[in-house]
Structures are given as C-alpha cells and as structure tokens.
Write a protein that binds this ligand. Structure first.
Ligand code: NAD
Ligand code: UGA
Length: 445
C-alpha cells in the first residue's frame, strides 16, 4: 500500500521504516528540514538499535522516501499516519496543536479517499476532532454547506513500542489496536498489518485511544507500586529484588515492570500520566490513584538525593560521577530523564558533577551546565567522592571496580537502578547503596 507517515521522530520514523520493511511504499514527512535532509542521506538522527540499517536498505530500493511536503505525501498515499508530538501543556493536558495543524494540512491536500490514522498518543475524543478538522478544511469543491462529498475515514492505531527496542517491538507487537468506524478502514488497517500476523483488537475510536492511555498509566502504576514497596523494604530490612521475584512468579502479576529505582522518565509515561489525569478530571472523575502514582515517582528521585545527602553529609564541593544520564538504556533520549532532576539538585547544593553515558552525551550537553564530560567510566571515576549509577547500560555491568576504586577519592556507589544485584561490589571494597535493598538505617523525614 502507499502510505504516508507525518512526523519522523521516534515513532514516525520507526513506523515508516518498519512499514517499508513489511512491503509497503512509504513517504515519511517532517517539517524539520535539517532532519529530512539527513534522513535522505540515510542518517538516523536518534540512537535506536537496528534502525539505520533498515532505513538505508529501503531508501536504496526506493520503498522508503522522505519529504517536507504533506501535500505531496498525502496525494500519493491511501493511508496517512499522524505521528507528531503531543507534548504536555503547563496544566498537564495534552497539547494537540501539531495534530490539528497536520490534520488541516492533510485535508487541504485531499482529492480522493484517504484513511487518516492517529498514531500519536492522544486523549479520547481526539479522533472525532480530527474528523471535524478534516471536514472543515477539505477543498471547497468537496464541501456543500455542512455536507462533505469526499469519502474519508479517521482511525486510531496507538503505538506501544519502547525506545531502545523500537524496531523489535514494532515487528513483534503483543497486539495491534485499531479503533475504526467503517469496514473499509478496518479492512485497510488489517491489510497494512497482515504481514506481521498480529493479534488484532478492533474497537471504536474512543476505546482505542483510551487503551493507550490506560496501558501506559497501568505500567507507570506498576513501577510506582514496586518503588513504594522498595521504600518499605529499606525500612524493614527486606530486599525489593527478592520481593519482585516472589511476586513476579504469579502469572497474574508478572515480573516485568517491577524494577525499583529512581522512578520512570522518558517522553511518554510522565506526559501521558499527566494527560490522563487531566482527561479524567475534565470528564468529572478524580483519578486519585493515578495522582499517587505520579507523586510516588517524584518522591523516588527526592529520596535518592536524600540518601546521598545522608551518606555524604556535606554535598558542597564533593565530586560526584554520574554513570548514565539517558532515561533508560539503549537510547540517547534524555527527555524527562530522572538524571536531570537529580543532577540539578546536587549541583544546586554545590556538588561538582562529572558525567559519562555511552550514547546520550550529545543530548546531555544540551541539558546540563557546568558539568565535566568524560570519555569512559574510568576517567569519570578519577577523583570522585562517589559514583551514582542512573542508567543501567549493559556496559556498566562489566566494569572493573578494582580499577575504579584505585582512582576514586572514596569508593562509594549509589546504584539508582539496582544493577549490581550481588555482593561483588562490596567484595571490591565499595560502600554500596541500592534502592530498597534493606540495607539502610535512614529515617524518612
Ligand atoms: P518526536 O518529537 O520524536 O517526533 C515528532 C516529530 O513530528 C518531530 O520530528 C517534529 O519535527 C514532527 N512534526 C511536528 N509538527 C509537524 C508538522 N506540522 N509536520 C510534519 N512534522 C511535524 O515524538 P515521538 O517520540 O515520535 O512521539 C510522537 C507521538 O507518539 C507522541 O504522541 C508520543 O506520545 C507517541 N508515542 C511515542 C513513543 C516513544 O517511544 N517515543 C511510543 C509510543 C507512542
Ligand atoms: C513506554 C512503554 O513501555 C511503551 O509501551 C510505550 O509505547 C511508550 O512508553 C510510549 O507510549 O511512548 P518507553 O518510555 O520507551 O516506553 O520506555 P520503558 O521501557 O517503558 O521505560 C519507561 C521508564 O520507566 C524508564 O525511565 C525506565 O527506566 C522506567 N522503568 C521501567 C522502571 O523504572 N522500572 C521498570 O520496571 C520498568
């Protein structure tokens, strides 16, 4: 099928490349000229394993192309996916400006049947608003008063991929959710995804939109739940890793997303939890459970800083080395990374911060001021009063801690992701603090 994807960020680009991979002819559009220029040369602007190889392959055989023109892409395509950003407004609500702009642009370019698919994460009822926006912006010849004479469909097809394994997730979905209002839209979407042989969940548009917000909120709740358990573990002398393991064997619970740490970050969970709380409020329901999920997540960062203060005593002039700043491993994305708040608080208290991350250094340089960037973990450790592990990159599992200890001022490690499960760090002579490992004598103020 000829498909256009509008917005070539994390989701749009992965969607476009993977749709080409399963046999479609795809035009990816973005209004960022620099980005499109680089993509045309086969250069992926983000770090996402496996993406660049596929992109180069389908650029070469011309199943994939890039453009800055929505008009051009819309005219050539039957299905048009909207994958632009839906950031938070100040009050937490989803800002749908980009979605509205793109819907209007698509409408003005339409001259035949089109299926317009929401891929971006949006609140329930957005599909209906897109439909109205398209109807209002169609070329005059297709509007007779309030009547529309051109056939089109709007559908919802939320995306569940995770950054860092986005290509794998797109190609192996647990389910493909489609919210549709016509058999034609359903047929086209089934045809698009047929090569993946997925489990299809077919619903109305509002339910599909809600599935996405409910899924992200549930996953965020699972993380906050285990983080709350971690706090109790620290106070009663239990180990959250054992608790998560014991809970996870129950198939109704499952072990995934029970990793305690410094809280969830990224471009989606914080934003989508906020948006879902606002949507609920607007609809007259006060989603206090979700508000608590958000507040446990915020506490988690503050408690981690408090632990550091407790153990180092005075933060001013202490040299603190940060292992990892991306919001999770295998990505260079730093949007809402927990590392940002933690580092800024420590700097505010006068700490001298050094940073190393395997992929996120260029993005870190846009975020932090007065930070010393190091080329590897050993240069980072040089002269440090302590190390903080904030992103659990594989590379950090294999560090030579004896070598690291030799160059540090004090061998203290705060493990914000519980990467070091065993006793090996203590054996290397480190003072070690994880999250919820039951090894603290601190009091919650
Ligand atoms: P992003 O910021 O990486 O990409 C959005 C892109 O849209 C940008 O490149 C921007 O230049 C482009 N854009 C904005 N306005 C445009 C316009 N008028 N015309 C053409 N291009 C335009 O965002 P993202 O992370 O890809 O997220 C996109 C949506 O997908 C969001 O709603 C997000 O919640 C959702 N989502 C993201 C993920 C993820 O892992 N990042 C996963 C699932 C769903
Ligand atoms: C998340 C969802 O997992 C995807 O299904 C969804 O499509 C996406 O959001 C989205 O809507 O954008 P992503 O943000 O890429 O994907 O990353 P996750 O792997 O979910 O991790 C999110 C955050 O939670 C990270 O900061 C991670 O460190 C943290 N996390 C995750 C924990 O603290 N504990 C866990 O057990 C799992």
């Amino acid at each position: 099928m000829n498909i256009a994807v509008i917005g070539s960020g994390y989701v749009g680009l992965v969607t476009g490349v993977c749709l080409a991979h399963i046999g479609h002819t795809v035009i990816c559009v973005d209004n960022n000229y620099e980005k499109i220029k680089r993509l045309k040369l086969g250069k992926v602007p983000i770090y996402e394993p496996g993406l660049e190889e596929l992109l180069k392959k389908y650029l070469k055989n011309k199943r994939l192309s890039f453009s800055t023109s929505i008009v051009d892409a819309a005219k050539k395509s039957t299905a048009i996916f909207i994958a632009v950003g839906t950031p938070s407004k100040k009050n937490g609500e989803a800002d749908l400006t980009y979605v509205e702009n793109v819907a209007g642009d698509i409408a003005r370019a339409m001259d035949s049947y089109k299926l317009i698919v929401e891929k971006s994460t949006v609140p329930a009822d957005t599909g209906q608003r897109i439909k109205r926006t398209i109807a209002m912006n169609l070329p005059k010849k297709f509007r007779k008063g309030s009547e529309v004479t051109l056939d089109f469909d709007v559908a919802s097809n939320p995306e569940f991929l995770r950054e860092g394994c986005a290509v794998h997730d797109f190609m192996n979905p647990d389910r493909v959710v489609i919210g549709v209002e016509s058999t034609k839209a359903e047929r086209l979407l089934r045809e698009i995804y047929a090569p993946l042989k997925p489990t299809m969940v077919v619903t109305d548009i509002n339910s599909a939109e809600l599935i996405k917000h409910a899924s992200n909120s549930f996953l965020a709740a699972k993380i906050s739940f285990i983080n709350a358990i971690a706090q109790i573990c620290d106070h009663v002398g239990a180990d959250v890793l054992k608790v998560a393991e014991g809970m996870g064997f129950d198939k109704r619970i499952g072990r995934k997303f029970l990793d305690a740490g410094i809280g969830y970050g990224g471009s989606c969970f914080p934003k989508d939890v906020d948006a879902f709380i606002r949507l609920s409020e607007k609809s007259g329901y006060h989603f206090n459970l979700l508000k608590e999920v958000r507040s446990v997540n915020e506490d988690q960062k503050a408690l981690f800083v408090r632990l550091i203060e407790d153990k180092l005593w005075i933060i001013k002039d202490k040299v603190i080395g940060i292992l990892g700043v991306a919001f999770k491993p295998d990505t260079d994305d730093m949007r809402n990374a927990p590392a940002i708040g933690i580092i800024e608080t420590l700097q505010h208290e006068g700490a001298k911060v050094k940073v190393y991350d395997p992929q996120a250094m260029p993005n870190a340089k846009k975020v932090f001021r007065d930070v010393t960037y190091c080329n590897d973990p050993y240069a980072l450790a040089q002269g440090c009063d302590c190390l903080l592990l904030l992103t659990e990159w594989d590379e950090f599992k294999k560090l030579d801690f004896k070598k690291i200890k030799r160059v540090m001022k004090h061998a203290i490690l705060f493990d914000g992701r519980n990467l070091y499960h065993d006793q090996s760090l203590k054996a290397s002579g480190f003072e070690y603090y994880g999250v919820g490992r039951g090894m603290l004598e601190r009091k919650r103020g």
